[in-house]
Design a binder for this molecule. Structure first.
Ligand code: ADP
Ligand code: MG
Length: 395
């Protein structure tokens, strides 16, 4: 029998009404003769009683550095509550469900608390539950160390749990249920008429997720790709067909631009290079401090790049110690246009710049790769820029 992993995000488990829609999706899989394995996130979003951020607000933030192991014990509770509540409602509706923590589901991680990476998945427990005719309801976003300490695997981690379980169970596919119809050509909060991307390759969807489209976690795409596991992103609230992510790149290449993503809170840094070799060590030192740079432009007398705003204090300290002359511009937004078809299509950058200039938007920097073009703009111009580009490429 085909195993299908069904992951439900925070809004899909938030209320009894939503959970009954969830249960309908599980029932449908059973009716099709498939073996569902369910993965759930914590209920709701910040402010809701058991959402991860609400739990975190109960403790002193210092605990994150002083005893991250405790933070993980607390953060894991949201998903555990969700798995018990969801599976109990499934039981009441005649589904033989059983809740599992990430550790009980066999997800073994390293000891890097709060951002743990998986080592392996021991599927023995899940497999024997499936043999008994049960439906495992797994708490997402968590695992356990070899010493049985609870770990969490980073924000958006339930998507990663679903891909991992799917990969190690050799599932037919993973279905990611959320509150939108699938991957859209842009964030619907910015472009309300964004359209659904029906199929997309692992490569493009990874890029999309990595550049800020929060609908799927990039690591979940990566794991699925490594195991050739199809991912289907669907809406809990509708019967939309959703977005299929697989390794078929045919459609990608037919589209010049597949979609637009963005990342806010970027800082553009300009460093004067005074003629010594210090900028070589500057890049090395920033790397050693875990400050990742992008949109790097190297000129004979100047280097320009962007960083995340929460690394600015650290960067200022490092540069002042090195006696480097530098300037920075806060409140920037990095917009990424993704599309495998842009390769070998002339004039794409020109169209982007024309569309932005027409709207009197100041472009602070650009860069491109084989499937992505980035534009840095002022945060205040984010929505206007994305809407203009969405229109220009008729997405
Ligand atoms: P879940 O809690 O189900 O994991 P998320 O909030 O993580 O849901 O992801 C879904 C949200 O991602 C959507 O509600 C939407 O606001 C946002 N989003 C951002 N970019 C996109 C995009 N390109 N396509 C679809 N959704 C997007
Ligand atoms: Mg998510």
């Amino acid at each position: 029998m085909k195993i299908v992993v069904q992951k439900f995000g925070g809004t899909s488990v938030a209320t009894p009404e939503r959970r009954s829609l969830l249960i309908d999706k599980v029932k449908k899989a059973i009716d099709r003769g498939e073996l569902p394995v369910v993965v759930v996130s914590a209920m709701g979003r910040k402010g809701d009683p058991y959402a991860t951020d609400t739990l975190l607000s109960q403790i002193n933030p210092k605990l994150k550095t002083e005893q991250p192991r405790s933070v993980d014990m607390l953060m894991s509770c949201g998903e555990i509550i969700s798995s018990v509540v969801t599976s109990s409602e499934m039981l009441m509706k005649g589904i033989n469900a059983i809740p599992l923590t990430g550790g009980q589901a066999g997800i073994i991680t390293d000891e890097n608390f709060m951002e743990a990476d998986f080592i392996t998945v021991d599927t023995e427990n899940i497999k024997s539950l499936l043999k008994e005719g049960k439906v495992p309801v797994i708490a997402g976003f968590q695992g356990r160390t070899k010493k049985w300490d609870i770990t969490t695997i980073g924000r958006g981690g339930s998507d990663v749990t679903a891909s991992l379980i799917g990969a190690y169970l050799k599932a037919d596919r993973v279905e990611i249920y959320t509150d939108v119809d699938g991957i859209l050509t842009s964030d619907p909060n910015i472009v309300p008429n964004a359209s659904l991307i029906k199929t997309i390759s692992y490569e493009e969807s990874f890029q999309f997720a990595y550049e800020g489209a929060k609908v799927i976690h990039p690591r979940a795409v990566e794991i699925a790709q490594n195991h050739n596991l199809p991912l289907l992103i669907k809406n809990t609230l509708s019967n939309s067909e959703g977005t299929l992510i697989n390794n078929d790149i045919y459609l990608d290449k037919k589209r010049i631009i597949t979609g637009i993503a963005s990342k806010s809170d970027r800082v553009q840094v300009t460093v004067e290079y005074e003629g010594d070799e210090s900028y070589y060590s500057m890049f090395t030192i920033l790397g050693e401090h875990d400050i990742s740079l992008d949109l790097i432009n190297v000129f004979p007398k100047q280097k320009i790049f962007t960083i995340d705003s929460d690394k600015l204090t650290q960067l200022k300290e490092i540069f002042n110690n090195m006696n480097l002359k530098f300037e920075y511009k806060k409140n920037c937004c990095k917009i990424a246009l993704i599309g495998a078809g842009m390769r070998g299509t002339p004039g794409v950058m020109a169209r982007i710049l024309t569309a932005l200039t027409r709207e009197k938007i100041e472009v602070l920097q650009t860069a491109d790769s084989h499937n992505t073009i980035w534009c840095l703009v002022n945060e205040k111009d984010r929505d206007k820029s994305i809407i203009a580009l969405h229109k220009e490429f008729q997405l």
